[in-house]
Design a protein. Structure first.
Length: 260
């Protein structure tokens, strides 16, 4: 089939078979031996099926969610006799509760919809065992950021999953080539979040102007109370939002809750 991408859907297909196989192996590596015969790979945006082909080699079944109707209709024809199910729909509207088997998620996902997809997956009640996504390199690095470089996105993802980075994929490996390089991000969902979701109301206020000192961003709280809270928690008055860990945000939030 000739490559025909829909620019509005951010379709860029990885063509390097070695990398495609590596992504599939990383996804399969999470499944427990007892679940192996029953395991499922949920693929997001299979497109022409380049990654699907690799996934079908290591998973007994692949459930692919494809938004583009033409691609969704054509995909099963490329894999006759394989245990492949294709649903033509928006992944953000797909009900993860409908997946009854132990499952992992894999996909080469459009850059513009990366954050909503990740949030849907890591916050799901019916959690996948592992999430392996090929995304924009810069976004992958932001998600994996450590203390000192945190963003709301990195804190949100790390609150729900252990984050690690896989191989970097050059833009030249795609057809058509995008403008930026990509990287594999690996998310292993936690049994429960590190801190309560409610703390993110404070975190988002704290990141309203990330380059400013945190004390400036929380101006609705008196400077006296802020300095008292910082001293009690053991953080500098010059701290910026990116410098705080999840637990430090929780301590800060708990301090102000007790004061109110």
């Amino acid at each position: 089939m000739a490559l025909q991408n829909n620019k509005s859907l951010g379709q860029n297909w990885l063509k390097n078979r070695v990398i495609l196989d590596e992504i599939a192996e990383i996804a399969a590596d999470s499944s427990s031996p007892e679940a192996e015969e029953n395991r499922l790979c949920l693929e997001i945006g299979p497109g022409l099926g380049t990654l699907t082909s690799s996934l079908l080699r290591v998973f007994p079944k692949v459930l692919a969610i494809e938004f583009d109707k033409k691609l969704a209709d054509n995909l099963p024809k490329s894999f006759p006799g394989k245990n492949l199910e294709v649903k033509n729909m928006d992944f953000l509207k797909f009900n993860l509760e409908s997946v009854k088997e132990p499952y992992v998620v894999a996909g080469n996902i459009p850059y513009y919809i990366t954050s909503p997809i990740i949030q849907k997956l890591v916050k799901a009640t019916n959690k996948p065992e592992r999430i392996v996504l090929l995304i924009q390199k810069e976004v992958a690095e932001r998600i994996a950021a450590e203390k000192g470089k945190h963003t709301v996105l990195s804190l949100m993802v790390q609150n729900y999953a252990k984050v690690s980075l896989g191989p970097v994929v050059s833009r030249e490996e795609f057809a058509p080539a995008p403008k930026v390089d990509s990287q594999v991000v690996i998310l292993d969902p936690l049994d429960s979040p590190v801190i309560p979701e409610a703390t993110f109301a404070l975190i988002k206020r704290g990141f309203s102007a990330p380059r400013k000192k945190l004390i400036k961003n929380l101006g609705q709280i008196s400077k006296e109370d802020l300095l008292k809270a910082f001293a009690e928690i053991g953080i500098s008055a010059d701290v910026r939002s990116a410098d705080l860990s999840l637990k430090e945000w929780q301590k800060l939030d708990s301090f102000f809750s007790c004061q109110s």
